[in-house]
Design a protein around this ligand. Structure first.
Ligand code: FNR
Length: 379
C-alpha cells in the first residue's frame, strides 16, 4: 500500500505490523462474530438524504459533553491492552486525541496506568471502569483516578463475564502455553521486528498498570484467570449508588443495548450512556449497536446524552450515528488499528481522515452544525 486513505487501510497496515495474535485480538469478536459483522453491515446500510443548495460553506463540528468542549463529536473509547500495539500505546493515543481536541478514555485494562497517561498526555483523560469484587481496591483506584483530574467515569456494564473469542483461543492470546503455542509466539515476534523492538524490548513494563497491585502474575493466561475470578458478576442497578458514593463527577454507563435498560439507567441517575455491544466481543447474536440506537433514543427522550459505538469506521458513519440520535461516537478498532500501524502519528492521521469525511458528509446532506444533526438527514 502506497498511501493510507481510510480506516480500513490502517487495518491492513496493522495486520502487517503486528504479531498475528495481537491483530486477531483487536480485529476479532466473540463466537462466530455475527454481531461484529452486523455492527459494520447495519451501519453501512443507513441511508442519508442528499440535499442541495443549502449554503454549506461554513460547517460547525464542535460540540460539548459533560462540560467539555470537543472539536468534533468523536472520542477515543476504551481499548484494553493498547500498550502492546505500540510503544506505551495509551500515551501515544491520548496525545493524538488531545492534539485533535477530543477526549481519550483509558481502559481499566491498559498497560500504562492512569497517572502515566494523564501526566504524559498533558491533560486529564476519561477513565473506563470495570467493577472488581474487592471494593477496597476499587475505592483506592477511584481515588487515584480522581486525583489525576479525570472528568468523566465510563462504567462498562456489558462484561459481567467475558465473551468467548475463538480467534484468541486458536493459538492466539488466550491459548494455553503449550510448546507449539510458545514456539508460534516467538516466531510471530521475530517475524515482526519493528514491533519486537518498539514494544516488546523497549516498551515495558508489560503489566496492566491500573490493576497491577491486585494481579500477582504476569502471564496472560494467569491474567485472564484473574479477570474471570475477580470481575463482579453480581452487579445490579443498586451498585450505581456505590459508585456515586466514591466518585464525584459524571458517570457514563457503557454497554446499554436495550430500551428498558436505557430507562433504568435514567432512573438510576447516571449522567450518560454509551449504546454499545462491546464491538461484538460479548454476546454474539446481539443486535447491532446502530439498529438498537433509535429505540434507545425514543426511550430516553433526551433525559441524558447518548454516546454511541460499534462499527464506526468513517466520518460518514459518525454522521449516520448522529442522524440516528447519538450526541457523539466513540471509536474502538479504528484507533487501535491506526495506533498499531503508526503510533501517535497514525492516530492523528486517522482522526483527520474522520474529520474530513464528516465534513464532506455534512456538506452533502446540507447539515451545517453537528449539534443539529437529526433524523431528517436519514433517507
Ligand atoms: C475493546 N472494548 C473495550 N471496552 C471497554 O469498556 N473496556 C475495554 O477494556 C475494552 N477493550 C477493548 C479491546 C479491544 C481490542 C477492542 C476492539 C474493544 C470495546 C470498545 O470500547 C468499543 O465498545 C468497541 O470497540 C466499539 O466497536 P468498534 O468501533 O471497534 O467496532
Amino acid at each position: 500500500m502506497v498511501a493510507i486513505a481510510n480506516v480500513m487501510d490502517f487495518r491492513e497496515a496493522a495486520r502487517r505490523k503486528l504479531p498475528r495474535l495481537l491483530f486477531d485480538y483487536i480485529d476479532g469478536g466473540s463466537y462466530d462474530e455475527v454481531t461484529l459483522r452486523r455492527n459494520v453491515a447495519d451501519m453501512s446500510a443507513i441511508g442519508l438524504r442528499q440535499r442541495v443548495m443549502r449554503d454549506v460553506s461554513s460547517l460547525s463540528l464542535e460540540t460539548e459533553l459533560f462540560g467539555q468542549k470537543m472539536s468534533m463529536p468523536v472520542g477515543l473509547g476504551p481499548v484494553g491492552f493498547s500498550g502492546m500495539y505500540a510503544h506505551r500505546g495509551e500515551v501515544q493515543a491520548a496525545r493524538a486525541a488531545h492534539a485533535a481536541g477530543i477526549p481519550y478514555c483509558l481502559s481499566t485494562l491498559s498497560i500504562c496506568d492512569v497517572e502515566e497517561v494523564s501526566r504524559k498526555s498533558g491533560q486529564p483523560i476519561w477513565f473506563q471502569f470495570y467493577m472488581i469484587k474487592d471494593r477496597g481496591f476499587m475505592r483506592a483506584l477511584l481515588e487515584k483516578v480522581q486525583a489525576c483530574g479525570t472528568p468523566v467515569l465510563v462504567f462498562t456494564v456489558d462484561l459481567p463475564v467475558t465473551g468467548s473469542r475463538y480467534r484468541d483461543m486458536r493459538g492466539g492470546i488466550s491459548a494455553p502455553p503449550t510448546l507449539p503455542v510458545l514456539l508460534s509466539r516467538y516466531w510471530q515476534g521475530i517475524t515482526h521486528p519493528s514491533w519486537l523492538w518498539n514494544v516488546q524490548f523497549t516498551g515495558g513494563p508489560h503489566i496492566f498498570g491500573n490493576v497491577a497491585p491486585a494481579v500477582k502474575s504476569r502471564t496472560i493466561g494467569a491474567f485472564a484467570a484473574w479477570v474471570a475470578a475477580n470481575f463482579d458478576a453480581s452487579l445490579t442497578w443498586k451498585h450505581i449508588g456505590w459508585i456515586r458514593e466514591n466518585w464525584k463527577g459524571p458517570i457514563v454507563l457503557k454497554g446499554v443495548l436495550d430500551p428498558d435498560d436505557a430507562k433504568q439507567a435514567v432512573a438510576a441517575g447516571v449522567d450518560g450512556i454509551v449504546v454499545s455491544n462491546h464491538g461484538g466481543r460479548q454476546l454474539d447474536g446481539a443486535r447491532s449497536s446502530i439498529s438498537a440506537l433509535p429505540g434507545i433514543v425514543d426511550a430516553v427522550q433526551g433525559d441524558l446524552p447518548i454516546l454511541f459505538d460499534g462499527g464506526v469506521r468513517s466520518g460518514l458513519d459518525v454522521l449516520r450515528a448522529l442522524a440516528t440520535g447519538a450526541q457523539a461516537c466513540l471509536l474502538g478498532r479504528a484507533w487501535a488499528y491506526s495506533l498499531a500501524a503508526n503510533g501517535q502519528a497514525g492516530v492523528a492521521q486517522m482522526l483527520s481522515i474522520i474529520r474530513a469525511e464528516l465534513q464532506v458528509a455534512m456538506a452533502l446532506t446540507g447539515c451545517t452544525d453537528v449539534r443539529k444533526a437529526g433524523r431528517d438527514l436519514l433517507g
